[in-house]
Design a protein around this ligand. Structure first.
Ligand code: PLP
Length: 458
């Protein structure tokens, strides 16, 4: 054990290492640089989503196979980016390739239901203990439907939202997603900060922001707006600020609080859904909310989302009080991929394999942290994990704001240059293991992490 613990290495060293690693990064990707130059002509910003553009430049991909992805320069990476948490099946998983290929040959779109939807809804009911389901195409659509449904059922407009949670890019939830420290206001009444441009202030005023892991703050918010709140929406394990697990009893307490006020509880399990376990945090904790939103890993790499609810909630869809619609809802291609994912990929055996890899990776990283005496720690939940560059556990978004973002960026660069592809925004995002990863894959991550720790040890 080192005699002293180091929270943040010397600033200049980190800045210099970032500059050096960014140069290595660019030298390794000449073809990406060429494509970016061409793409800007007709592709706004030279990419297909703003979050595909990282510093120093976007990585253009060629293909994926198993646990690996390959960029347009032919470089192989162990993929722990997982397409922002979607690729738990890995790439080109044989069961999904077969299911999708068979479906493509038989037509991919009718805007009418196909039989796979019945099987999937039954399986989701079993896994998440909610009886009725509908499908959509993205996490954004799922949380949008959930918020609409809550408003439709209660006849109320306000929603309670947790500071630092991301629920997609529709207006109602684009408040206090990743606000800066000088914008957030007092902790007992956080300021609602628009999460993007183009969010009307009238919509922002319908959102009451509370800190995570503070049931007292939820009780206060409900008391201050008695009978006006339609729902509280949250990620039951926060995963857009590193990983922040709930305190024991927090989820059950807030469920009881919102119910006592006649409001509904929405779990956004878009990120946690199948990555934390077969039935997400809902099954793990036994706290069943009124609605669960799923997307990302659900389709094994094909765009799909689902919203599940109690009979009372979903009756509003069944009887037409709320029109849950969408041209591509339940489209046969997404349904075929989803059925294969649930039936053949995300099996109990697969989860045992993921747990084994997560334990191996976590203990390797903790050994490195102890060796260098850094005051950092690792957080893993199922196939998801991150290193938190801070001594103490993060309990809410305001703790997360104290973390030095440069360490996450440098770590991302060094993993990348060492052949492991992680999501950018190193402080915000997590790694994802897939069922096709093996011990060599996680050992490559651990070896890169050891090089990173050595580089920043001063
Ligand atoms: C927790 C959570 N909810 C919702 C979304 C939105 O999902 P999508 O990007 O599929 O619209 C995301 C996306 O990152 C998310 O992390």
């Amino acid at each position: 054990m080192a005699s002293s613990v180091v929270e943040s290495p010397v600033a200049d060293t980190v800045d210099q290492l970032i500059a050096e690693e960014e140069q290595v990064f660019l030298r390794r990707q000449p073809r990406s640089s060429e494509l970016i130059a061409v793409a800007g002509e007709h592709l706004a910003g030279g990419a297909t989503s703003n979050w595909q553009i990282a510093q120093p430049q976007a990585v253009w991909m060629s293909h994926g196979q198993g646990s690996k992805v390959y960029d347009v320069d032919g470089t192989e990476y162990v993929d722990m980016h997982g397409g922002y948490g979607a690729s738990i099946a890995g790439h080109a998983h044989p069961a999904i390739v077969e299911a999708v290929s068979n479906r493509v040959r038989r037509g991919t779109h009718f805007a009418q239901p196909t039989e796979d939807a019945i099987w999937i809804a039954g399986e989701l009911s079993r896994r998440f203990d909610l009886p009725l389901w509908r499908f959509a195409n993205s996490g954004t659509e799922a949380t949008m439907d959930a918020v609409h449904l809550a408003r439709a059922l209660t006849g109320r407009d306000l929603i309670v939202k947790v500071e630092g949670c991301y629920h997609g890019h529709h207006d109602s939830v684009q408040v206090s997603v990743l606000p800066e420290a000088d914008e957030i206001g007092p902790r007992d009444h956080p300021t609602g900060v628009p999460g993007n441009s183009g969010i009307p202030s009238a919509i922002r005023d319908l959102v009451i922001v509370v800190p995570f892991n503070d049931a007292g703050a939820v009780a206060r918010a409900l008391a201050e707006h008695r009978g006006e709140v339609a729902a509280m929406i949250l990620e039951p394990v926060m995963m857009n600020a590193g990983i922040i697990p709930p305190d024991d009893g927090y989820l059950a307490t807030i469920r009881d609080l919102v119910h006592a006020d006649g409001a509904l509880l929405i779990f956004d399990e878009v990120k946690t859904g199948f990555t934390t376990g077969p039935g997400g945090v809902t099954a793990m904790t036994g706290v069943v909310p009124d609605m669960v939103c799923l997307a990302k890993a659900l389709g094994g790499g094909i765009a799909v989302a689902a919203i599940g609810g109690t009979r009372g909630v979903m009756s509003a869809i069944a009887d037409g009080r709320y029109e849950q619609v969408g041209t591509f809802n339940g489209n046969p291609l997404a349904m075929a991929a989803t059925r294969a994912t649930l039936a053949e990929v995300l099996t109990p055996r697969a989860y045992a394999h993921l747990d084994e890899l997560a334990t191996r990776l976590r203990s390797s990283l903790e050994a490195v942290i102890a060796q260098y005496g850094f005051a950092w720690h690792t957080v893993t939940v199922g196939a998801k994990g991150c290193v938190t560059f801070r001594r103490d556990r993060v309990r809410e978004f305001r703790d997360f704001l104290e973390i030095d973002a440069r360490l996450g960026h440098l770590h991302w660069l060094m993993q990348h240059n060492g052949g492991v592809f992680l999501p950018p925004w190193g402080k915000v995002e997590q790694w994802l293991l897939s069922v096709q990863h093996d011990k060599d894959d996680v050992d490559r991550f651990a070896a890169n992490f050891a090089r990173f720790a050595e580089a920043v040890s001063v």
